[in-house]
Write a protein that binds this ligand. Structure first.
Ligand SMILES: *[C@@H]1O[C@H](CO)[C@@H](O)[C@H](O)[C@H]1NC(C)=O
Ligand SMILES: *[C@@H]1O[C@H](CO)[C@@H](O)[C@H](O)[C@H]1NC(C)=O
Ligand SMILES: *[C@@H]1O[C@H](CO)[C@@H](O)[C@H](O)[C@H]1NC(C)=O
Ligand SMILES: *[C@@H]1O[C@H](CO)[C@@H](O)[C@H](O)[C@H]1NC(C)=O
Length: 772
């Protein structure tokens, strides 16, 4: 099987099913069927789906191919793509290996030195690497180098990558693909020198002049960057820095989307000696692990709470592992955390617990081992042996169970479930999202569920708790209602400007659901985090419904002429070439009928709801011969309402003249002057009795723009187009034959009458003569 033109990181879905050759469909026999036939479906209850990963082999190398190795004797290290974890790069002192299928196969990647000097060792000594979509970045010496997947040439360019003073390189650890950020891309790579931090994207274009890395932080010479990493929130970044005159590091945190760095003193690191490493845990409030070679601690909830990880009663992990140092840490989405020591001793804890416990030993202390989490969230143990890489699935659950035997571990709850299971939710104005979280526990344990979030003022949350106790089991089911409160007032700064800002600016709030207590033996759902995007949901738009009773015709004319006297902006006739693609079909409406457009809200092709908000219409070519059948008085306005005449001052275009930004309701008493309420009311909505009426003099074609003007309805700019063609007015040229027919008949009738009179008088004369 071969699939062409598919990028190598794109998974392909392959359907496999069993057929009975005697009863199979023709398409199944010919191997062209896309879905199983009914007979085949009966053969297997569930057609199996499996995702395969394409592995195009690395390009063959020329004569010059050079390995990339860690310094001799180093422990292996590994990086994998957070969005496509089956792609990984393994660094060892024997070479750098790449896999595109979670180590089912792997191969060494080498480089052509190109214009660079051949290294004296015969190979390049790398300290770190990251894997981009189209190549890899290597940290060699104090510079960054690029190796393109296509050519395999190692390159260096100060325009693209940092070439001096590089102290570290960091790779994104959480996939940001579903982050509801519209328009821009979040960083994938961080690199730092002593005093500067840079970021880079998911692909590097070597051919263009654009630079790949951009500076995001410059510190004074007295402050040094110790390490940097991607934050708990998908858009946040963190840097651990140290002032020369200080004894404890501080943490700088920044939302990439905002660009403002905030300092936080990491109290927890007081007295700890570097070098430090850190790993942020996906959470609503900054939560991270910081460790040096023998001590590890975590900081919760923006460092409001922090603890050392302990084994027995000691926080010196190294001591408990025969003096070996911490090699690396991995964590799956259910927050199972493994701390691997250089001598291959493994410790486990559920993140949030401060007690580590030792897992059974799997490998000799001298072996080079590294842990990797594949796309199925399985932990894979990779061991470098003389014959090559040994790939083994690590049965974490079983190992935890056997390690816990004999110890008292009991999860404070029996079950924890919730339905906040989408990575991203969208909340438009006036919209409400509801979800629940349920926790079941033994009577009297006093468990609960907490919902935390990173920004307090953007969304309002109301909670409802349902409690039930049946046979010593307590169940708490909490329902959360999330909405944007239009009447929100920032009590810290009671100014109108801020209120207005909150109402109209979009934002992203990250929320996290967790039980109030956990234990190492607890099972947690994979999804604790969701992003709530307050703003215009993607592809949200309005459509004008074409009523079934009204015929809507396509391509019935190419152009038409609007007489100058019905135009608002000129007196010359206007010939319009009708754009069927953008205006759509024309609704055929009798000239005496009233019409009110019925508007529906859609997200892409998905119907959301009917729109009941206020809207306005205007004719695209400035026709003025349409009217509204309700007056301001009939609409019960408290003062004169806005009209096109009042809004179109200063020769503004209709698109800009009137909209949600300047709409004022006439039903709100704002002590404006009463004005003339006998004017037509030009605002419509679904429930109002205000309808459009059309010209009684001419059959006409109207192209109407419709726009929602209610500022409280949506963050989106909601507008649409619909067209109307009226019929039924007897036109002059249609009447002409009728007139002619009529006048002819009248003339004939007169002639007939005259001749009849003539005839009767002759006849009378004759009769009179006879009688005499
Ligand atoms: C929790 O309560 C909500 C709302 O009352 C309900 O829809 C949901 O099904 C409940 N959850 C469970 C697990 O019963
Ligand atoms: C406008 O026309 C509609 C539709 O015929 C009608 O129901 C409504 O009563 C009219 N409104 C007024 C104010 O006459
Ligand atoms: C719809 O328009 C009527 C006046 O015709 C008004 O009284 C009503 O408040 C409007 N409804 C909405 C949802 O704005
Ligand atoms: C929008 O909502 C706010 C707050 O409820 C209200 O004060 C304002 O009058 C509303 N605007 C319109 C045009 O209805």
């Amino acid at each position: 099987m071969s699939i062409r033109n598919s990028p190598e990181h794109d998974p392909q879905t392959v359907k496999i099913w069993i057929i009975d050759p005697d009863r199979a469909d023709e398409a199944e026999i010919k191997n062209t069927a896309m879905i199983p036939s009914v007979v085949s479906l009966l053969l297997l209850k569930n057609p199996i789906q499996h995702v395969f990963y394409m592995t195009s082999p690395e390009k063959p190398y020329g004569d010059k191919n050079v390995s990339l190795c860690l310094p001799t004797g180093s422990r292996m290290s590994i990086v994998w793509d957070a969005c496509t974890p089956h792609r990984a790069l393994l660094l060892s002192d024997k070479g750098t290996f790449i896999t595109k299928n979670a180590f089912l196969t792997y191969e060494e990647i080498k480089v052509d030195p190109g214009e660079l000097l051949m290294p004296a060792e015969g190979y390049y000594v790398v300290s770190d690497a990251v894997l981009l979509e189209n190549g890899s970045i290597f940290h060699i010496g104090d510079a960054l180098f690029w190796r393109d997947n296509e050519e395999g040439i190692l390159r260096r360019n100060p325009m693209k990558l940092l070439v001096e003073g590089v102290k570290g390189l960091s790779f994104r650890t959480q996939c940001a693909d579903y982050y509801p950020l519209l328009g821009s891309e979040l960083a994938t790579v961080l690199a730092w020198t002593d005093h500067e931090l840079y970021k880079g994207g998911r692909a590097l274009d070597w051919k263009t002049n654009s630079s790949y890395m951009s500076n995001i932080l410059s510190l004074p010479q007295t402050t040094t960057i110790l390490t940097a990493a991607f934050g708990s929130h998908l858009a946040s970044l963190g840097a651990l820095v140290m002032d020369t005159d200080s004894v404890q590091p501080s943490l700088l945190i920044c939302y990439e989307t905002e660009g403002i760095w905030k300092t936080r003193t990491l109290l927890s690191t007081n007295g700890l000696q570097g070098p430090f490493q850190m790993l942020f845990i996906s959470a609503a409030l900054e939560t991270l692990l910081v460790w040096n070679k023998d001590t590890m601690l975590y900081s919760f909830h923006n460092d409001s709470e922090w603890r050392y990880l302990r084994i027995m009663d000691s926080s010196n992990i190294s001591q408990e592992a025969s003096g070996s140092h911490i090699h690396h840490v991995v964590m799956d989405r259910s927050r199972n955390m493994l701390v691997k020591m250089e001598n291959n001793v493994l410790f486990f804890c559920k993140f949030g617990m401060n007690k580590l416990f030792r897992l059974p030993t799997w490998n000799d202390p001298g072996r080079s081992v590294v842990l990797y989490i594949n796309q199925k969230e399985q932990i894979i143990m990779l061991t470098m042996l003389d014959g090559g890489l040994h790939v083994q699935k690590y049965p974490l659950k079983m190992e935890i169970r056997s390690a816990m035997r004999g110890e008292v571990h009991s999860c404070p709850f029996i079950g924890f479930t919730h339905n906040m299971n989408k990575p991203a939710y969208y909340i438009d104005k006036e919209e409400v999202i509801e979800f629940w979280a349920q926790i079941v526990y033994h009577e009297g344990k006093n468990m609960n569920v907490t919902l935390s979030r990173n920004k307090d003022h953007v969304l309002q949350i109301t909670e409802k708790t349902h409690f039930e106790s049946v046979r010593y089991l307590d169940t708490t089911n909490k329902t959360f209602t999330i909405y944007q409160d239009p009447d929100y007032r920032d009590t810290t700064n009671n100014s109108d400007l801020i209120i207005k800002d909150i109402r109209n600016s979009s934002d992203i709030v990250t929320m996290e659901l967790l039980p109030t207590q956990i234990d190492n033996s607890c099972n947690l759902p994979k999804n604790q985090i969701s992003h709530f995007f307050v703003g215009c949901p993607p592809n949200r738009h309005i459509r004008v419904i074409k009523p079934q009773r009204i015929p809507c015709k396509m391509h019935v004319f190419d152009s038409y002429t609007i007489p100058g006297f019905v135009l608002g902006n000129s007196s010359k006739d206007l010939t319009v070439f009708y754009d069927w693609k953008s205006f759509g079909c024309v609704l055929r409406i009798h000239y005496k009928d009233e019409f009110q457009p019925d508007i529906e809200l859609y997200d892409g092709e998905t119907f959301v709801r009917s729109v009941d908000a206020n809207f306005i219409v205007w004719e695209n070519f400035h026709r003025k011969d349409y009217y509204f059948n309700m007056t301001m008085h009939e609409a019960a306005c408290l003062h004169e309402a806005q009209t096109w005449t009042s809004m179109l001052v200063d020769e503004k275009r209709p698109e800009e003249a009137w909209g949600p930004n300047n709409y004022r309701s006439c039903f709100v008493d704002n002590s404006e002057k009463l004005g003339n309420l006998d004017q037509p009311y030009e605002i419509m909505n679904r429930s109002s009795m205000n309808y459009l009426t059309f010209s009684r003099e001419n059959s006409a074609i109207y192209v109407f723009n419709v726009k929602i003007v209610d500022p409280n309805y949506s963050f989106c700019d909601l507008h649409a187009v619909f067209a109307v063609q009226t019929y039924g007015i007897p036109e002059l040229d249609q009447l002409l034959p009728l007139y002619m027919l009529l006048s002819q008949s009248i003339i004939s009738l007169i002639i007939l009458c005259i001749s009849f009179y003539g005839y009767t008088s002759i006849y009378r004369d004759m009769l009179q003569k006879k009688c005499v």
